[in-house]
Design a protein around this ligand. Structure first.
Ligand code: GDP
Ligand code: MN
Length: 399
């Protein structure tokens, strides 16, 4: 689970990582109130879970209330790489002398933790990594030994941080590693980690990805989960315990297994269609799970055809077929369904379905054929819609 910057900074605070005083705001008035509390000048920062906010115009300096009003008004509602800004973080502006980069993440090939530190942090860090990888000092951290202050200090020396910053930076690095390790992060990143003109080191940004597998030991993560997504489809799917990711196309997808669900998205793309979602219903495919999956897909106004792609392994296809038939009795679908059922007991499953097939419930023998049919059905439904009265509203909903 990715955190917003303000949540990342709250998480950092638990481990003693210094940040600037500030607060969240959902309206222009709240932004002004937070600015008054933080003290001018302030920075008004878009809260979206995507990088490059600064370059996109989502971070602005304000010297007084009227500037806060202007910037907050402009940033709220702004679209940053497909993410609409609904919340701001307003903090006291820092006087920056230097911008560094610091992060911890898992190095899978090396099977251990990786720390990265650079004196060339800031908004161009990707460029630095690509053109001047030597400017990033990397260390591996033994998970049993952890990171001690001496090692962190030598690391800060190696990275060539300014003399004045090294001692404080080492302390921040140790705290950031604790946050990463004890705080069960997949990623804990500070970019930029700054040295201020008056000689203080602190975190100006926070990028934290929590390891969802550790959720059971972090009840405090519930509040982050509540704001995890503002995609209503994803919210609904999460409430139903489904493994769902919203996409922007018009072919709804249900598959069993993450690998098959991804392949299904690929095949839909391959035949010229666009998946509306990724949805993995996992092992079993009971009527309950299938109904829940169909309900979520049915609630997505973009969907014009549904592709159900099941490969029976331990799950038997005849059980899946029963689940589908029962689910169809419970959910009134807006869109036609194309089924591809294969694997264990496929013949029995198809025989069960045969009497239920219509022009809105179609079975295909292969994944490719099913994808073609689903994409063609979605296209046909789409072309009807543009000639219909609802065309304009439809396209708005899809945007
Ligand atoms: P990102 O673009 O999404 O990574 O957002 P950041 O929070 O990292 O901010 C981007 C850039 O805005 C930083 O690298 C700084 O150069 C600038 N910035 C952010 N906060 C401040 C601040 O308090 N004072 C000043 N002078 N610049 C800031
Ligand atoms: Mn940043």
């Amino acid at each position: 689970m990715d955190l917003y910057e303000y949540q990342g900074k709250q998480y950092f605070a638990r481990y003693g990582i210094p940040t600037s005083p500030g607060g969240v705001a959902d309206t222009v008035d709240e932004a002004v109130a937070q600015a008054e509390a933080a003290g001018y000048p302030v920075v008004v920062k878009a809260q979206v879970k995507v990088g490059g906010r600064g370059k996109a115009g989502g971070i602005k300096l304000a010297n007084d209330a009227s500037e806060v009003r202007a910037h907050a008004g402009a940033i709220l509602g702004m679209d940053i790489k497909g993410h609409v800004v609904r919340r701001l973080w307003v903090e006291h502006a820092s006087d920056i002398a230097e911008e560094y980069y610091a992060s911890f993440t898992l190095d899978r090939p090396a099977k251990t933790h990786l720390g990265m530190l650079s004196r060339e942090g800031g908004v161009e860090i990707e460029e630095v990594a690509a053109t001047n990888p030597g400017a990033i000092a990397r260390i591996h951290i033994d998970p049993v030994r952890g990171l001690d202050l001496d090692t962190a200090r030598r690391w800060a020396d190696d990275a060539g941080l300014d003399e004045a910053a090294r001692g404080q930076a080492a302390e921040v690095l140790v705290a950031l590693y604790r946050c990463y390790d004890e705080g069960d992060c997949d990623l804990a990143e500070i970019n930029p980690l700054i040295l201020t003109v008056d000689g203080r080191v602190h975190a100006l940004d926070a990028k934290v990805t929590l390891d969802d597998n550790a959720r059971f030991r972090h009840p405090e993560w519930d509040e982050y989960a509540a704001t995890e997504t503002d995609d209503p489809r994803e919210k609904m799917a999460r409430e139903k315990g489904l493994n769902y990711i919203g996409l922007s196309g018009d072919v709804g997808i249900i598959a069993n297994g993450a690998g098959l669900a991804m392949s299904t998205c690929d095949v839909v793309n391959q035949v010229g269609g666009q998946p509306a979602n990724f949805l993995d219903i996992g092992g079993g495919a009971s009527a309950d799970v299938m109904s829940a999956a169909l309900e979520v897909i049915n609630a997505d106004p973009s969907v014009r055809a549904i592709f159900v792609n099941i490969f029976g392994g331990i799950t038997r296809v005849d059980e899946v077929a029963k689940g589908v038939i029962e689910a169809l009795g419970r959910v009134e679908l807006r869109s036609p369904i194309v089924l591809r059922l294969d694997g264990t007991n496929a013949e029995e499953g198809r025989a069960l379905l045969a009497p239920h097939l219509t022009d809105r419930l179609v079975a295909e023998a292969t994944m490719l054929a099913a994808a073609r049919t689903a994409v063609a059905m979605a296209a046909a439904a789409g072309s009807h819609a543009v000639t219909g009265a609802g065309a304009e509203r439809d396209s708005e909903e899809r945007a």
